[in-house]
Each structure stands twice: as structure tokens, then as C-alpha cells.
Design a protein around this ligand. Structure first.
Ligand SMILES: Nc1nc2c(ncn2[C@@H]2O[C@H](COP(=O)(O)OP(=O)(O)OP(=O)(O)O)[C@@H](O)[C@H]2O)c(=O)[nH]1
Ligand SMILES: [Mg+2]
Length: 454
């Protein structure tokens, strides 16, 4: 599924992960990568620019809780914006097994109607529905044979009339046939695909719909047309309030992202997509899960949840004050580590970074590892004197040796902590300069993420 988009997005995420600090330069690189990835899958230029501006602004300027690293926040922002692009609403198709459901499939020539009906029949049969299919394509020679050949092997009856030329008659008779069989609770209607454009298609849809009174009309769009899908979806949305959309050929098309986003901005509801010619190749579309798998892991929702959770945790007033004044001491730093240690979300945040799954093979206990490093940082700070906590500059030579001994760590670890603390203080000064006198209020300067083990 959208392999090249997915692999470029994963590379982008890995770049965030691998960078020592998240600064403007990195964000600019990211934006460039993100734009290229989206344009490469035919997402509309205006949409791409809109997304990249939002990501840039949020990643650099949003005020985030101290327990969230700017890296994770940036990843979450990318995730948010992509999910937004594809439609936040998750709307599974609701069929009632206690009633007769009639679904009518329409779409321009060759879009994948007949194949999608087979996939639907298979999908819902597996979920306990008793399915019947009506071959309402009386236009193309061989259409009925194709339908039967595809669907009968899974044990589903196909109603068709070789000699009848009027689709509407076949559909009427087919409905009667299946309604008499009381056991059938899902009827799928195939239709003619002679239309090459939206207008005639919609007209025919309205005519058949009057007779068949479908529960739902399903528009099939071939994803390989990319952002041109917007015109079809638009016309369709205007014509019917009960429509859903299936995108086909998501496997073979480099333009799938364009088609998905183009349909999403019309407000059209994408329920499924096809990713192959076989009868099993139908996937229910869920924007959040979809973006999660694009970015490289199913569980990105976990990361997002953890970041959201951390947003609910107040930073201490003392800390905010320190940031405002631009005076950060190791004491603040220690307090922050202690808060982070208490938060269950921290370990979760670190362990749920999308895209690092493969790289982290063998480091399965990333969460425990990051908790461990926070604990060690706390231990190091606890071995410091009050004087040292208030003035990190005096920590040198023999003091480092003493702190390492006292905390059960090594002088290297103490130096690492001091380095990261210095980097953070520098970042804070730069930020204060950039933002004038106001100063960030509780925001985490880029670079602090290193302290959180992320
Ligand atoms: N790779 C791939 N091929 C697909 C997919 N869906 C449909 N196809 C292929 O696209 C071609 C057209 O599919 P049909 O289901 O016959 O399309 P249709 O809309 O019924 O076509 P008409 O009845 O002629 O209008 C067939 O060769 C299908 O195998 C998909 O998700 N992936
Ligand atoms: Mg067909």
C-alpha cells in the first residue's frame, strides 16, 4: 500500500528521531521531505503547502509540556496533520443484520465495481451476512459471466438475465428473487460502467436508485486518477446523501495519497479501499490507523495518546518561572526528571516512536531503558550539593568524580548530564532572544529531549 509514500514518510520520521536537536534547520529539511513525499503521491499542491506550513509552525512554536520531547511532539504534529488531511472521521459502514440491506455500486468504466462487489460479498459473508448479488450490467458483453466467475466460487448466488437488455428490469427481478428468499439480508447490485464522466453516471444512478431504493450507494473510484478523484466525489456527494466511497487499485497506484486526500476534502466518506485483484483484497479504511501504518507502525496512536496525556499534566509554577527568567538550574532540571519519572506516559512516549521498530530490534525493552536513564539522572542530581544544584558551572574535576561515586554512576554519565543541561540552557537563551522579552511559558526548548532519554 502506497509503498513509496510510506517509505519516504518513515525516513522523515527517522530523521526526526536521529537528530540531536530539533531546530529550524531540521524542521526545514523535514518540511522539504514531507512536501516531496506528498507531491509524489499526487496530493494537491495547495493542500501540501497548507500542511507543511502547519507542521512547521506547530513544531517550532507550540508550547509543549516539559515531559514531552520536541521530537515526539514533532512526530505527533506530522501524524495529526496527515490524519486531518485524510479525514478525522472514522465512519464504518453500518449494516443491520436484522434487516434487508441493499447496496448499489456505481462508478465509471473499469473503476472496479464488479471486483469490489466480489470483495464486499466475501467480506460480509465472513461476518455472518447472507449475501445475494444482482448483475445489473446489461451493457458490456460478458459482464454477467465475469461476475459469476468471480463470486460463485465463494458460494454466493448471482442473479442475472443474459437476454434482458434493460438493467432496470434485471434489478427489479433480482430484488424480487432475493426478497422471496427470506434468508438473504444483504443484496449487492452491480451496474453498468459505460460512463466516462460524472454527469451521465450520476443521472443513471438516480434512475436506478428510484427503483432499487438502496440502503447505501457506493461510488467506486480508481485511485490511479489521483487528485482528479475530487470531481467524481464532488458530483456524487451532491447527488446523494447516503453515499460512501471505495477507492480501488491502491496497490498499484503511486497516486493513491492524492486520491484519498482529494476525496477526503470533499467530505466524502471513504469506507474501504481495494489493494489487489483477489477477492480478499479489501481493507476497511480508518484514517488514524491508515496514517499510523503509513508512518511505520500500527501503534502510533499510543504515542499520540501519551503526548496528549502529558499535555494534561501541569508544569510546576517554579519551573515556568525559571523559564520565563531564562534562569534554569540543575535543581529545576532534577524536579523535572522527578515529575517525568512519575508519569507513566514517559516510557510510553519513548517506546512508541513510529519508524524505529525495525531499528530497535533487540532493544525490546526501550521503555524500561528510558525509565532507567531518567532514574540515573535523578540519582546523579541527588548526589550533588545545594551549591552545585544552584550553580552547575562549579562542577568540574574532583566534584565529577565524587558525584559519580555518590550516585553509583560513572564520570562519563555525569559529564553527559552536564553537557545536556548546558545545551538546554543555551537553547533557552536563544529562544528568549528570538521571542523577545516574553519568553516561553512552560515550553520545552528544543534540545531538552535528550534529557528525557528520547
Ligand atoms: N490491482 C488492482 N486491480 C484491481 C483492483 N480493483 C479492480 N482491479 C482490476 O481492475 C479491472 C477492472 O475491474 P472491474 O471490477 O471489472 O471494473 P468495473 O468497474 O466493473 O468495470 P466495467 O464493468 O467495465 O465498468 C480488473 O482487471 C480488476 O482486476 C484493485 O484494488 N487492485
Ligand atoms: Mg463491471
Amino acid at each position: 500500500m502506497l509503498e513509496s509514500l510510506s517509505s519516504s514518510l518513515r525516513k522523515t520520521i527517522l530523521k526526526v528521531r536521529g537528530a540531536p536537536i530539533v531546530d529550524e534547520k531540521l524542521i526545514n529539511e523535514l518540511i522539504q521531505d514531507l512536501e516531496n513525499a506528498l507531491l509524489g503521491t499526487d496530493v494537491n499542491l495547495d493542500l501540501v503547502l497548507d500542511i507543511s506550513q502547519k507542521v512547521k509552525k506547530r513544531a517550532l512554536q507550540d508550547q509543549i509540556p516539559m515531559a514531552v520531547s520536541r521530537k515526539n511532539y514533532t512526530i505527533k504534529v506530522i501524524y495529526d496533520e496527515l490524519t486531518d488531511l485524510l479525514g478525522k472521521r472514522y465512519a464504518p459502514l453500518r449494516l443491520n443484520p436484522n434487516e434487508l440491506n441493499i447496496l448499489m455500486f456505481i462508478g465509471i468504466q473499469g473503476s472496479g465495481k464488479t471486483t469490489s462487489i466480489g470483495k464486499f460479498a466475501n467480506y460480509y459473508q465472513k461476518r455472518g451476512f447472507k449475501v445475494g448479488v444482482i448483475g445489473g450490467d446489461t451493457f458490456r458483453p460478458g459482464a454477467l459471466a465475469q461476475l459469476k466467475q468471480y463470486i460463485e466460487p465463494i458460494g454466493i448466488e448471482v442473479y442475472g438475465e443474459e437476454k434482458e437488455k434493460k438493467a432496470i428490469n434485471v434489478i427489479k427481478n433480482g430484488l424480487k428473487h432475493f426478497k422471496e428468499k427470506k434468508s438473504i439480508n444483504l443484496i449487492l447490485i452491480d451496474t453498468t460502467g459505460r460512463h466516462k464522466e460524472e454527469k451521465a453516471l450520476i443521472k443513471e444512478m438516480e434512475e436506478i436508485a428510484k427503483t432499487a431504493k438502496p440502503t447505501e450507494i457506493i461510488l467506486i473510484i480508481d485511485a490511479s486518477i489521483g487528485q482528479q478523484a475530487q470531481a467524481q466525489a464532488d458530483a456524487f456527494n451532491r447527488a446523494t446523501p447516503i453515499g460512501s466511497i471505495i477507492l480501488t487499485k491502491m496497490d498499484g497506484s503511486a497516486k493513491g495519497g492524492g486520491a484519498l486526500s482529494a476525496v477526503a476534502i470533499t467530505g466524502g466518506v471513504i469506507r474501504f479501499y481495494g489493494e489487489g485483484e483477489k477477492i480478499q483484497d479489501l481493507v476497511e479504511f480508518n484514517p488514524t490507523r491508515f496514517v499510523g501504518s503509513l508512518l511505520g507502525m500500527g501503534d502510533i496512536e499510543g504515542l499520540v495518546e501519551s503526548v496528549n496525556e502529558a499535555f494534561g499534566v501541569e508544569d510546576t509554577a517554579e519551573l515556568r518561572d525559571a523559564f520565563k527568567k531564562g534562569k534554569l538550574t540543575l535543581r529545576h532540571f532534577k524536579t523535572q526528571m522527578e515529575t517525568a519519572n512519575k508519569q507513566s506516559s514517559l516510557g510510553k512516549i519513548v517506546s512508541k516512536i513510529p519508524g524505529v521498530g525495525g531499528l530497535m530490534a533487540g532493544h525490546t525493552d526501550l521503555e524500561a531503558e528510558s525509565k532507567e536513564s531518567v532514574k540515573r539522572f535523578i540519582a546523579i542530581c541527588s548526589a550533588m550539593t545545594d551549591e552545585e544544584l544552584d550553580n552547575a558551572r562549579i562542577i568540574k574535576g574532583s566534584r565529577i568524580q565524587r558525584i559519580a561515586r555518590g550516585s553509583g554512576t560513572s564520570p562519563q554519565e555525569v559529564k553527559l548530564l552536564l553537557q545536556q543541561f548546558n545545551q538546554m540552557s543555551k537553547q533557552l537563551k536563544v529562544m528568549r532572544k528570538m521571542r523577545g522579552r516574553r519568553g516561553p511559558q512552560g515550553g520545552l526548548p528544543p534540545g531538552m529531549e535528550g534529557l528525557l532519554g528520547g
